[in-house]
Design a protein around this ligand. Structure first.
Ligand code: SAM
Length: 422
């Protein structure tokens, strides 16, 4: 009998190959089988584990294969990776892994049955094989990260922090929730719905409960909770606002941080903007669920805002589009997609966006820059360039680094700048 969880995981991996995000690939696959599918949780775990460990898995498979893995049919590639995951990482018995992998190949790509059988048998016998001689390559493969990233992080953070960061990236992320403080505290949520979550020392309102579809969370429909990483909650909490302020969130996306700001401070006059109008569309609906006033929304290129908005906001948040290299735990596929050239291109874009958004800040107002990346190009370099070109802004303090290995959050960089004048 075909194992449904494995089949769903393989199909999602094939979708991922087409370039969508891991979350979308899985949602599309699970959406097709329904929310109550008994294998949903298992398929999710197998799929994400395979994406996380892919570099190590591909290395082991590559040793047993007589042609490049990329030349194989996507279904076969996905079956081999899943089998290698179960052998090397999950340490399942070899006979069961080979047997189920060959059966699944028989269903999805019959001519490849013999090859899958031979390759997985060899992986089961030889494991990861001998370590590469080059210590950086060996470390990168062992922790399933691209070599270029291992090299950068070793030079920047040292070996202990690099390994800790990579280990964190390879763990299963809990589902962190933001508790809507207008409903009650995290403890009140636990009492009311008779559950016990994990509290985070850095953010009092952050609570993790077991992974499950967000919409089926207790109190979700009534607006008690929203999914949001701890680092992201901290970024929103760090922007100090007062009732009645005019605030712009210029890279608002689906409005997670904008809604966190509105939940926290009453009577904000908040404008949420983004380049993608389709992203902004869900914000009004989410505000209704949370029982908070909906922010105004507007599609806008933050690098070129219209003059009518210049100097009119007391606070402007720039949650800039970035490499996401601080979020590889939740978005493991980014490690396979992001290259150094992307980091540089993103940094140029961030510089343009920050300069554009600065024009919106009123005299005496605050400009907050945040990225979920710890790379120098996207963080301190952007700020240094900005301050060099904008003498009317200054940084009252140092930037804040949220590093997974120290804070137990996604990697974030956060900097608050102020505009001179009364
Ligand atoms: C890091 S995400 C924002 C996440 C969002 N603030 C949240 O808390 O969920 C960056 C966003 O910037 C948007 N973006 C990219 N380039 C932009 C530009 N030039 N102007 C405005 N928004 C832009 C992207 O569409 C994306 O939604």
């Amino acid at each position: 009998m075909i194992d449904q969880g494995r089949q769903l995981a393989v199909r999602a991996a094939v979708r991922l190959d087409s370039g969508v995000t891991a979350e979308m690939a899985l949602d599309q696959e699970l959406g097709a089988v329904g929310a109550d599918h008994p294998q949903r949780r298992r398929a999710t775990d197998l799929f994400y584990q395979t994406v996380r460990w892919q570099i190590r898995l591909d290395h082991a498979i590559g040793r047993a294969l007589n042609r490049p893995l990329r030349d194989l049919q996507p279904e076969v590639r996905a079956i081999l990776r899943l089998g290698a995951l179960e052998l090397l990482v999950e340490q399942h018995p070899a006979y069961a892994v080979v047997d189920t992998s060959v059966s699944l190949t028989g269903k999805l790509a019959p001519p490849a049955k013999g090859m899958v059988n031979a390759v997985l048998r060899r992986v089961s016998q030889e494991g990861d094989g001998p370590e590469e001689e080059d210590p950086v390559t060996a470390l990168a493969i062992r922790h399933a990260h691209p070599r270029w990233l291992a090299e950068r992080w070793l030079a920047r953070f040292g070996e202990d922090a690099t390994v800790a960061m990579m280990e964190w990236d390879n763990t299963r992320p809990p589902l962190w929730l933001r508790i809507n403080r207008n409903k009650g505290t995290a403890a009140a949520y636990e009492d009311r719905f008779d559950l016990t979550g994990q509290h985070h020392p850095l953010v009092p309102g952050a609570l993790a409960v077991g992974a499950q579809p967000v919409r089926s969370l207790a109190g979700f429909a009534e607006g008690w909770v929203s999914p949001q990483g701890v680092g992201s909650q901290l970024v929103a909490n760090s922007l100090k606002l007062a009732a009645g302020w005019r605030v712009a969130d210029v890279c608002a996306g689906h409005g997670t941080k904008a809604l966190a700001l509105i939940e926290r401070t009453s009577k904000l006059d908040l404008l949420a903007t983004d380049l993608r109008p389709e992203a902004l569309r869900v914000i009004g609906q989410e505000a209704r669920r949370l029982g908070v006033p909906a922010p105004k929304t507007r599609s806008m290129d933050a690098a070129h805002p219209p003059e009518e908005l210049f100097r009119s906001f007391q606070a402007v948040l720039v949650d800039a589009p970035c490499s996401g290299l601080g979020t590889l735990q939740r978005h493991p596929e980014l490690r396979h997609r992001c290259q150094m050239a992307d980091v540089r291109r993103l940094a140029e874009n961030q510089t343009r966006i920050l300069a554009g958004a600065a024009q919106l800040v009123a005299a005496g107002g605050v400009l907050q820059y945040a990225v979920c990346s710890l790379e120098a190009e996207e963080t301190t370099d952007v700020i240094a360039k900005f301050l060099g070109r904008h003498p009317d802004f200054s940084a009252p303090g140092a930037g804040r680094w949220l590093s997974p290995w120290e804070e137990g959050t996604e990697g974030f960089f956060l900097m608050t700048l102020t505009r001179h004048g009364a």
